[in-house]
Design a protein around this ligand. Structure first.
Ligand code: PBG
Length: 325
């Protein structure tokens, strides 16, 4: 027999040969770990739909950070859960708001850790929308002013990176101008440039109690059916001065990650969101999947799709598994 074919298996024959030709690698340096910091005392409440993830008050934050740092994780993303919410989200831009205080605490005890502050209003507004409302509309330009105040107060508290997730138009240019004017020209903006109106945020909204009280977020977050729109969103944020671009959610949007990577050269971040985490955890708890292998395969797939950094609730587990290897 004289068959012509390629012997792909030559490069797969043993572990060291496979390691030699492996194209993508996960590193602990890729991970950003989200933390939910809650106003109040002695709170360490596991989020029902997100096993292993907690709402933490400041008195429990240091112990959590010790663990995070011991695992080699260098960046955290802070979400705040205030005691009081109001129409205008006043606790988001209060100088002693929960994210501002958590930032001060972390920077005092762990100065080398990169603190990324999520800049949004939805966790702080009584109506649960990401901006000011008038009637049933979320106001764009009026919301920008509050988002700028939020970002500046977070930078004042010591945040290393500002991550605006509100999806108002012009938030990057407005926040950039506000930061510069306040003397924070060296604080980068990690923009949630491409953020879809996704059902995968469900568990997060339980955790942060940020479900909109009326309507939904479809008039500001993107339609999951759209691809070209993602490029327009990424382009405008780049032009407005973003330093990083985020695509969110992760797994169902890997094609978008690749598109953004191919078209723009900013550091690209994927957000492996709450619903993606919950699905893995639920299946693992039922014994239906091999959690470690599934998580590492998912995270590697995200790197292969083209992202540089991964915001993930799996970060602590994945860091542990990488260390074991
Ligand atoms: C705030 C915000 C949300 C998430 C991050 N920032 C929720 C939302 O838009 O409703 C979701 C993160 C996750 O699901 O893990 N705008």
């Amino acid at each position: 027999m004289d068959l012509q074919f390629t012997r792909h298996r030559r490069l797969r024959q043993n572990a060291n040969m496979r390691a030699l030709v492996r194209e993508n690698h996960l590193s602990i340096d890729d991970f950003i770990y989200p933390l939910f910091v809650a106003e109040g005392k002695d709170i360490k409440k596991e989020i029902t739909s997100m096993p292993g993830v907690y709402n933490l008050s400041l008195d429990h934050l240091e112990e959590e950070m010790n663990e995070v740092v011991a695992l080699g994780i260098k960046s955290v993303l802070l979400f705040g859960i205030p005691l009081e919410k109001d129409e205008c989200g006043g606790q988001a831009y209060h100088d002693h708001g929960i994210v501002q205080e958590a930032t001060r605490l972390i920077k005092a005890k762990f100065p080398e850790v990169i603190v990324i502050a999520d800049t949004c209003l939805c966790e702080y507004t009584s109506h649960g929308h990401c901006g000011l409302i008038e009637g049933d509309q979320v106001l764009n330009d009026a919301s920008l002013e509050l988002l700028v105040q939020t970002a500046v107060s977070q930078a004042k508290a010591g945040a290393d990176i500002i991550a605006p997730s509100n999806m108002m138009d012009g938030f990057v240019v407005a926040i950039r101008a506000g930061l510069d004017e306040a003397g924070f020209e060296n604080v980068p903006i990690m923009s949630y440039a491409v953020k879809y109106a996704s059902a995968f945020y469900g568990p997060f909204r339980d955790a942060a109690d940020s479900t909109p009280q009326f309507g939904d977020r479809k008039a500001y977050q993107m339609d999951p059916a759209n691809r070209m729109e993602a490029l327009r969103e990424a382009e405008s944020d780049l032009m407005e001065g973003a330093d990083f671009l985020i695509v969110k959610p992760g797994l169902p949007y890997l094609d978008i990650v690749r598109d953004v990577k191919n078209n723009f050269n900013l550091p690209l971040v994927i957000y492996n969101v709450s619903g993606e985490y919950s699905m893995v955890k639920a299946a693992a708890q039922n014994g239906w999947i091999d959690e470690k292998r599934i998580v590492m395969e998912m995270l590697t797939g995200m790197k292969r799709a083209g992202c540089d950094l991964i915001i993930t609730y799996h970060a602590k587990d994945a860091a542990r598994w990488l260390k074991e290897q």
